[in-house]
Ligand binder design. Structure first.
Ligand code: FES
Length: 194
């Protein structure tokens, strides 16, 4: 088992100092976090920042049955991680940095959009910052491409008790709340309000 994380606060600061052989308590796996890629032949995967991590396992599993176009965006060169690992599980690989210090300059979504105008894909899978997810959601709706997104939320309990991770979901005519920790983190882009 491997974990990838970015040191961002107290918790991850403690985690980074753990040594091999030390024990940690883990609650999980939690939620229903499964991308549905079965039967898709041509897929696009787009991730940004720490949102790239859940997409690795998806690409690894889907690689045997699908052609994978991968788009990863980072703020700058210093934040680029696992490039070689992601390349190995992609047929097409595009890496962008917002400031152009590494890879292509600009946002990953723009490269995805450009390719979608030339090449049809069966589905899009995304995880990353909200502006990226909103843009992916808009493109998928506009082009009528099935799309699943994995949401990131601060989580207090992980089991649906604290209500800290609620998101709005369209259920027919109504809007209801779902917990990212329990019903997600993977949602159909058509129904989730982000
Ligand atoms: S983290 Fe507590 S309800 Fe989701």
């Amino acid at each position: 088992m491997e974990f990838a994380f970015q040191v961002k606060g107290k918790g991850t600061e403690i985690l980074k100092d753990k040594k091999e052989g030390e024990f940690i308590d883990i609650l999980g796996p939690l939620g229903q976090g499964k991308f549905e890629y079965e039967g898709k032949k041509n897929i696009a995967i787009i991730g940004g920042g720490i949102g790239i991590f859940p997409l690795y396992e998806l690409a690894k599993c889907a690689k045997n049955t699908a052609k994978i176009n991968m788009y990863l965006g980072f703020r700058n060169k210093d934040l680029v991680v696992l490039e070689e690992e992601y390349k190995k599980v992609s047929d097409k690989f595009v890496l962008t940095t917002d400031d152009g210090t590494y890879g292509e300059k600009g946002f990953a979504i723009n490269y995805l959009k450009e390719d979608l105008s030339k090449e049809k894909v069966d589905a899009i899978y995304a995880c990353g910052p909200l502006p990226m997810l909103k843009a992916v959601q808009a493109v998928s709706k506009e082009m009528n491409i099935p799309c699943q997104i994995s949401l990131e939320e601060r989580m207090g309990c992980g089991i649906g008790a604290c209500l800290g991770c609620a998101v709005k979901i369209a259920a027919g005519e109504e809007t209801v709340y779902a917990h990212v920790c329990k019903a997600g983190p993977v949602f159909d882009a058509k129904v989730v309000e982000i």
